[in-house]
Write a protein that binds this ligand. Structure first.
Ligand code: PEP
Ligand code: MN
Length: 338
């Protein structure tokens, strides 16, 4: 529920309402604006209805938030969230490019990639150290050793690190080395993990589950936001459909729909959506034009030798072309891609 107060409402009156909200076992929110003060009450709205706040002389209006997600909703926060990660801004109108291998494999591979990515002006390096593989027999990642290699690459090339965290007990160690904690598609519904990353202040890149609805994704984001971490980036990475000519179906419609429903930055992963590198470049460009705030894309110095997702990893040359094309599109679309 949103409570809009009239101009000149006193601090005492505001505190009085916040106390009332708390006394009902609801979560109060205080959102001072330049013009007016807006308050929020999260929880069972029936409890609040009984208070009839609209009858107070300094209350302008009381508006219910009709969506099941609240903190993620544009109803509550109409202005775009822009996150600060290191020296970079993530969120509209910035277009953020995150690039790197699927997995961290060894020092040479990650350093070579970091050097190349940074030479293109990219500020974010991806790479999985803890890998959620579909098969228990596939490469599972280097673990903490991989995190250390990422940290070294970050230091040498001034890159912000994006890497996946798979379980609540690994949040601390991953957060020590990463700038953005990635929650993978397979873990989008892992409530304990969402709560654990929500208890940190680290930016979280939340990927859409392969069969998750847009509302499911926003409800998962809500768990992180509700724990006090407001630094959430959403990621559309393709969903499962009947189509099997490619790995997943990029739900490009999700981008403008999410942008309408939420103030959180929305990025696209064209690599896991496509599964084949030849489709990654067009999907990445579609992402920018559809209104996404960035992409996360896989690249590898030698894709044929990659230990995971080589078939969808771009050759460096392809990434160079993609960056040039994205910069052109960004200038047409009014996005910032330095
Ligand atoms: C990844 O980014 O390497 C990954 C495993 O992605 P997803 O969780 O989207 O499958
Ligand atoms: Mn991958």
């Amino acid at each position: 529920m949103i409570i809009v107060l009239k101009k000149h409402t006193t601090r005492e009156q505001i505190d009085g309402i916040l106390e009332l909200i708390k006394a009902q076992g609801l979560k109060p929110l205080y959102m001072p604006g330049t013009e007016k003060v807006v308050l929020g009450a999260l929880g069972d709205e029936r409890k609040l209805a009984g208070l009839q706040l609209e009858n107070l002389p300094f209350v302008e209006k009381v508006v219910p938030i009709l969506t099941p997600y609240k903190l993620a909703s544009r109803d509550l926060y109409p202005t775009e969230t822009v996150l600060t990660v290191g020296e970079e801004a993530v969120g509209t109108p910035n277009f953020t490019v995150i690039a790197g291998p699927c997995s961290v494999e060894n020092e040479e591979q990650i350093m070579t990639t970091a050097e190349f990515v940074s030479s293109l002006g990219i500020k974010f390096l991806r790479g999985g150290a803890f890998k959620p593989r579909s098969s228990p027999y596939a490469f599972q990642g280097l673990g903490v050793e991989g995190l250390k290699l990422l940290a070294a690459a970050s230091k040498q090339y001034q890159l912000n690190i994006v890497t996946e965290v798979m379980s609540p007990d690994e949040v601390e160690v991953v957060a020590q080395h990463a700038h953005i904690l990635q929650i993978g598609a397979r873990n989008m519904y892992n409530i304990r993990l969402l709560e654990a990353v929500g208890a940190t202040q680290k930016p979280v890149l939340l990927k859409r589950g392969m069969s998750a609805t847009i509302e499911d994704l926003l409800m998962s984001a809500e768990y992180v936001l509700d724990r006090g971490n407001r630094n959430v980036i959403l990621c559309e990475r393709g969903i499962r459909t009947f189509e099997n000519a490619y790995r997943n179906t990029l739900d490009i419609t999700a981008v403008p729909v999410l942008k309408q429903k939420t103030h959180l930055p929305v990025i696209v992963d064209p690599s896991h959506a496509a599964g084949y590198r030849e489709f990654v470049v067009p999907l990445a460009k579609a992402a920018l034009v559809s209104g996404a705030d960035g992409i996360i894309v896989e690249t590898h110095p030698d894709p044929a030798q990659a230990l995971s997702d080589g078939r969808q990893s771009l050759y460096f040359k392809q990434l160079t072309t993609l960056m040039r094309q994205l910069r052109n599109l960004a200038s047409i679309e009014g996005k910032i891609l330095p």
